[in-house]
Design a protein around this ligand. Structure first.
Ligand code: CDP
Ligand code: CDP
Length: 232
């Protein structure tokens, strides 16, 4: 038998990575790793511990022993564990996550944790460097994009639904600042793997994106259908 299957979905913020990864994982009965939540949890833990966002050794030590668990679709930090799912989604935490994610020692400290998520029957994972650095041998790599205007629009709707008010121009500015930082850093920058399939979902529904990805998954496996247990 070959390696446990992995599907990686990388792309800029609010492109729909998390939603797509979670739906595809559900359809295939695979595990889902939202790697962004890991960087966000580090940011939150660092903020609470009063660690400065440029204190690389302290952040790496914190990351190496991060008491984080994903269970029942929620993120739990600490022992016995506090539900921090909603806090992790805050844009301020996202910005801080992007700042500390540029530090090589912190990224190195999170490497094994991520690779250990590759368990049978398979893994679907989303982030920035899943296909380029963490799982370079993934059986399918997707680079998901959408126009900045469309992504700001989506984030706006997502926040409004959660009762958080934010203006569209401010969201667009935040999102472009974070993307620029993620693309320009020297350690694991946001970019498509050479062997990634590109999917621009600006005008594509979530369902259509899921179907496209499952077709690619069938192709990657030599055209075999993805099994009766995965029928819609
Ligand atoms: O994980 P990432 O930041 O890339 O994005 P997400 O949280 O999965 O998606 C951002 C928002 O866009 C969510 O509310 C999705 O429901 C929405 N979305 C959409 O409306 N149409 C798509 N084709 C993909 C995502
Ligand atoms: O949901 P959204 O796309 O806005 O962000 P996220 O995936 O939760 O990631 C938050 C930040 O963590 C990103 O801006 C990246 O700087 C960093 N990150 C990373 O460096 N590598 C990953 N594999 C995932 C996230």
């Amino acid at each position: 038998a070959g390696a446990v299957p992995v599907i990686t979905i990388d792309g800029p913020t609010a492109s729909g990575k998390g939603t797509l990864a979670s739906r595809v994982a559900q359809r295939l009965g695979y595990h889902h790793l939202d790697s962004g939540a890991l960087y966000r949890a580090c940011a939150l833990a660092a903020q609470r511990a009063g660690i400065a966002p440029d204190d690389e050794p302290a952040l790496a030590a914190l990351a190496a022993a991060l008491p984080l668990r994903f269970e029942g679709g929620r993120a739990w930090l600490g022992t016995p564990g506090e539900d921090v799912t909603d806090r992790l989604r805050e844009e301020a935490i996202g910005q801080m996550a992007s700042q500390i994610a540029a530090l090589p020692a912190l990224r190195a400290a999170l490497l094994d944790w991520q690779r250990r998520c590759r368990r049978a029957p398979g893994l679907v994972t989303d982030g920035r460097d899943m296909g380029t650095v963490i799982f370079p041998d993934a059986q399918l790599k997707v680079f998901l994009t959408a126009s900045a205007a469309q992504r700001a629009e989506r984030r706006h709707r997502q926040l409004a639904a959660a009762g958080v008010s934010a203006t569209l121009p401010a969201l667009l500015a935040d999102l472009e600042a974070r993307d620029a930082r993620d693309r320009s850093r020297s350690s694991a920058p946001l970019k498509a793997a050479e062997d990634a399939r590109q999917l621009d979902n600006s005008a594509l529904s979530i369902e259509a994106s899921v179907e496209q990805l499952l077709r690619w998954w069938d192709d990657a496996q030599g055209g075999a259908p993805h099994g009766p247990e995965h029928a819609p």
